[in-house]
Design a protein around this ligand. Sequence first.
Ligand SMILES: [Zn+2]
Length: 219
Amino acid sequence: MKVTIHRLEPTVKDRNISLKCPHCGHYGTFQSLVHGPHDILTVDNFSDKYYLGIRRCPRNECNGHLFFIMNNFSDLIFTSPSDTIPFDQENIPSNIAEAFREAIICHSNNCFIASAIMIRKTLEEICEEREAEGKNLFVRLKDLGTKILIPKELIDAMDELRLLGNDATHIEAQTFNEIGKNEIEISIEFTKEILKAVYQYESLLSKLRNLKATRPSTN
Ligand SMILES: [Zn+2]
């Protein structure tokens, strides 16, 4: 984001910054690095106020630093590093995991259209890996539904994600009203469920079975 600074003023006290740590993933109230107010208050040409500062994670095991910009309504509008949605890559083929990870990184940087395109690419990669056939993604997803064991709701969700990615590549959206934060966060959650169903349920089940094998039989 761009903030055009008109003048700088001292703050009366440091702002309260509570969020999920981008380093360790735990929620907490971030701490000032030194005692006393050290945030910077900036006022731009339109008299909008922004607070800038640096904090550290309250967990001793982490202590990760972050830079933030907060507006006058106490909304965090920028942090560096940015927060990313957690994603378990276990058992997911690397090219699929990479495409999805890029979708998550785009989301965390407010690049929602790019994120929608990478979610669609993730679906393309799943079809490729499962050898789903067809002349376009619509047909390939239908074929994929016959090759994997997955709830019907997730097959329907895949078609919605395909349309979202399709809208993202066109100047005017055809199916969705907009491709914004909400649309992408729901899409990312659904894609995670799809990845779990296709690649992770089986390994979870075998882990459970392994646990059973190590226990003495009670029969
Ligand atoms: Zn932390």
